[in-house]
Write a new protein. Structure first.
Length: 182
């Protein structure tokens, strides 16, 4: 019975860690996008780690092309732009999925090493591997963001920067008011 509880607790810890590190990646992707868009005000604003979604994350596997009322819907993309955006998502979907799976697997291996008899050197090496895998994922997400950016007009880029800044502000306000981020 205690082994079952321990396994469940480990899984919960692993899930919490994954959410935390996904949030860190969201912050990084958002910061890069804001700098790329050249929006001074948006680049100065501090992104919230629990922000619901960012521009580069629209390529998550099995995710619909765009939910009703989402950021891309509000940009009034033309049919051609929607098709191009979907092509970008499709082009990067497998790479993102594979890297995310590799990160999950390496994290699980590190967790097993922590509870086992592995020495510190082996665990440090596994940690370095995870860092490298995360960097690879961020690079693919950034390339996807750049490709999506090329589909947008200058006006749409500006609108997107404003929407993302507003989303960050809303999330910040929710956190200050003690509400759970959406």
């Amino acid at each position: 019975m205690s082994a079952l509880v321990l396994t469940a607790n480990r899984q919960q810890i692993s899930n919490i860690k994954e959410v935390f590190f996904m949030s860190i990646r969201r912050i990084s992707a958002l910061a890069v996008l804001m700098l790329t868009l050249g929006s001074t005000a948006a680049a100065i604003a501090v992104p919230h780690p629990l922000e619901p979604e960012t521009f580069a994350q629209n390529q998550r596997p099995n995710r619909p092309a765009g939910k009703e009322g989402g950021m891309f819907e509000k940009l009034n993309l033309s049919a051609d732009q929607k098709q191009q955006m979907q092509a970008v998502r499709d082009r990067y979907k497998d790479q993102v999925s594979q890297r995310m799976q590799a990160i999950r697997q390496a994290r699980q291996e590190l967790e097993t090493m922590m509870s086992g008899t592995a020495n510190a050197s082996e665990m440090r090496e596994k940690h370095r591997q995870i860092i490298g895998l995360r960097q690879q994922l961020e690079e693919v997400q950034f390339e996807s963001t750049l490709a999506m950016r090329e589909v947008l007009t200058a006006e749409q880029r500006s609108q997107l920067a404003q929407m993302m800044q507003q989303r960050r502000q809303n999330a910040k306000n929710r956190m200050q008011n003690g509400q759970k981020p959406q």
